[in-house]
Design a protein around this ligand. Structure first.
Ligand SMILES: Cc1ncc(COP(=O)(O)O)c(C=O)c1O
Length: 439
C-alpha cells in the first residue's frame, strides 16, 4: 500500500490549518499518526478510497456517527440533488424547513416547535440560550459532552478537569471569559445526588439542566424521573442532548424509548442528516417562544440541502426501522470481538451500547496497542478503531470479513503482548487520548 499522497496532504494541512482538521475525532493522532490515511477521495455505502487509491471497508467511526444510513446514500443524495436543482438559496425561505419542524413534532408529540442550525455544538448553544432566556437564570447543570462553546467549556474554569468525567479530558477553557466561572456545573451520569446537591446550593439561579440521555451505560431506574422532578421543583428547563444518541435506539430521540417522562427541549444533529449539516432544537411552545425574546439568527441556517437531507433520512429511517438493524450489527460486532479475544487469550473490556460499542485493550500501554490494532486492520483493508458506529450500509458480509480481520489482528497483538515487543511493531505514533495539541 502506498500513502504518499496521504502523507503529503497531512503536511500541507499542518501548515495551513491549526490542529489539522475541524474535528478532534478525525485527527490522525486519534488513531495512529503516520499510519492513518486521514483524507479520503471517495466514499460509498461503507467503502472508502483514500487519496492514494487504497480501498477500505469502514468499520470505524462512520463519520463519527453522522452517517447512520451509509455514505452517499442514494435516497438522501437524490433529495439533496433535487434541492440543488431547485436552488439552495433565495431571498425567500424553503418550505422543507417547515416540513421538518412538523415531522420532528410528529415524532415527538410532547414538542410543539423547532429551530434549526447546522452543527451539534452550535445547536446546544442555541438550546441553552433559549432556556436561559426563558428562566432568566444563568446556571446550567449538565451531564455528558455537549460541544466546544463557551457555556460548556466554562465548566473547566477554575477547576483541574471537570469535563474529564464527561468524555473528553484536557479541554482547556482558554479564551472563555473568566466571568463565566461557576455558570456550568457538572454532575455524573446516574448520580442524581450530585444534581440534587447543585439544586440545593444554586436552586435560585439554576436555569437549565442538560443531559445526554445515554452513551456508554443505560440510565438507572428513577434517574430521569429524579432529574425531571428537580427541574420541576427548581423551575429549570430540562434539555436532552440527542446529538449522539438520537435515531440510534428508535426513530427520533432515545428519550422516547428510555423514559416515561418528557423533557422541555431536545437537540438533534449527526444522524439526522446522514452526513449533511443540519441540527434541530425542538421544545414545548412555552419554552421555545422565548427564542423570540433573544436574538438567534444566522444566514446559512436557512440553506436548503440540510433540510432536504434530514427529511429523506428520517423518512427512510422510519420506513426501514433502521435502528433495529443498527442494534443487530452492534451485537454481532461485540460478539465477534469477544470470540476473537477469548480465542487468543486477550483480556479486552467491551463496553457501550449496541449501536456504538467500544473495547479497550487493557490498562498497560492501551494507546500503543490501539495504534497497533489500527495498523493491523489497515493492512487488511479496514478503517477500524476500538469503537464501532453501526451504519445501515454495513452488511452481514462486511461484519464477517471484519471479524476475520479482527481475529488476525488480536492473534498478532496477543503474541506481541506475550513477547513484550508490541511497542517496536508500530510504524506510526501511539494513539492520543483526550485533548491536546497536535504534535
Ligand atoms: C452528545 C453530543 N453533544 C454535542 C456534540 C457536538 O456536536 P458537533 O460535533 O456537531 O458540534 C456531540 C458530538 O460528538 C455529542 O456527541
Amino acid at each position: 500500500m502506498k500513502f504518499d499522497k496521504s502523507k503529503a496532504i497531512q503536511e500541507r494541512a499542518r501548515k495551513r490549518i491549526p490542529g489539522m482538521t475541524q474535528l478532534l475525532s478525525k485527527r490522525p493522532d486519534r488513531f495512529s499518526q503516520g499510519v492513518w490515511p486521514a483524507y479520503y477521495d471517495k466514499s460509498k455505502g461503507c467503502e472508502v478510497w483514500d487519496l492514494d487509491g487504497n480501498h477500505y471497508q469502514d468499520m470505524s467511526i462512520s463519520g463519527i456517527g453522522a452517517c447512520i444510513l451509509g455514505y452517499a446514500d442514494p435516497d438522501v443524495d437524490a433529495a439533496v440533488t433535487e434541492a440543488i436543482r431547485k436552488g439552495v438559496a433565495s431571498s425567500l425561505n424553503c418550505p422543507e424547513e417547515v416540513e421538518l419542524a412538523e415531522l420532528l413534532c410528529e415524532l415527538h408529540p410532547w414538542a410543539d416547535m423547532a429551530r434549526f442550525t447546522r452543527s451539534g455544538g452550535e445547536a446546544m448553544a442555541v438550546a441553552v440560550r433559549i432556556a436561559r432566556a426563558h428562566t432568566g437564570r444563568d446556571v446550567v447543570a449538565f451531564c455528558g459532552y455537549h460541544g466546544w462553546q463557551d457555556w460548556y467549556l466554562a465548566a473547566n474554569l477554575g477547576t483541574e478537569n471537570a469535563l474529564g468525567e464527561h468524555l473528553i479530558s484536557g479541554l482547556k477553557p482558554k479564551g472563555v471569559p473568566k466571568a463565566l466561572t461557576g455558570t456550568a456545573l457538572p454532575f455524573r451520569f446516574n448520580h442524581l445526588e450530585e444534581l440534587q446537591a447543585i439544586a440545593d446550593t444554586h436552586g435560585d439561579s439554576l436555569g437549565v439542566i442538560v443531559i445526554e440521555p445515554i452513551r456508554s451505560t443505560r440510565p438507572d431506574p428513577g434517574f430521569f424521573e429524579g432529574i425531571r422532578a428537580i427541574a420541576d421543583k427548581t423551575g429549570a428547563v430540562l434539555v436532552i442532548d440527542e446529538i449522539s444518541a438520537g435515531f440510534r435506539f428508535c426513530c427520533g430521540g432515545s428519550h422516547l424509548e428510555l423514559f416515561d417522562q418528557t423533557p422541555d427541549m431536545a437537540v438533534f444533529s449527526k444522524a439526522m442528516g446522514n452526513g449533511y449539516p443540519i441540527s434541530a432544537i425542538i421544545g414545548t411552545e412555552k419554552v421555545m417562544q422565548s427564542a423570540q425574546d433573544t436574538f438567534i439568527s444566522s444566514t446559512n441556517w436557512t440553506e436548503r440541502t440540510g433540510f432536504a437531507a434530514a427529511l429523506a433520512t428520517i423518512r427512510k429511517h422510519r420506513e426501514l426501522d433502521v435502528h433495529h438493524r443498527l442494534g443487530e450489527l452492534g451485537r454481532a460486532v461485540m460478539e465477534g470481538w469477544k470470540k476473537a479475544a477469548d480465542k487468543h487469550g486477550l483480556a479486552i473490556r467491551i463496553e457501550g451500547l449496541d449501536p456504538f460499542p467500544h473495547f479497550d485493550l487493557g490498562t498497560k500501554d492501551p494507546l500503543i496497542l490501539k495504534a497497533l490494532f489500527v495498523q493491523l486492520m489497515l493492512e487488511q483493508g479496514f478503517l477500524a478503531s476500538n469503537l464501532y458506529y453501526a451504519m445501515f450500509a454495513h452488511s452481514d458480509e462486511n461484519v464477517k470479513q471484519y471479524i476475520q480481520a479482527v481475529d488476525v489482528a488480536f492473534g498478532i497483538i496477543a503474541k506481541a503482548i506475550d513477547a513484550g515487543n508490541y511497542a517496536s511493531m508500530i510504524t506510526g505514533e501511539p494513539a492520543m487520548a483526550g485533548f491536546g495539541r497536535l504534535a
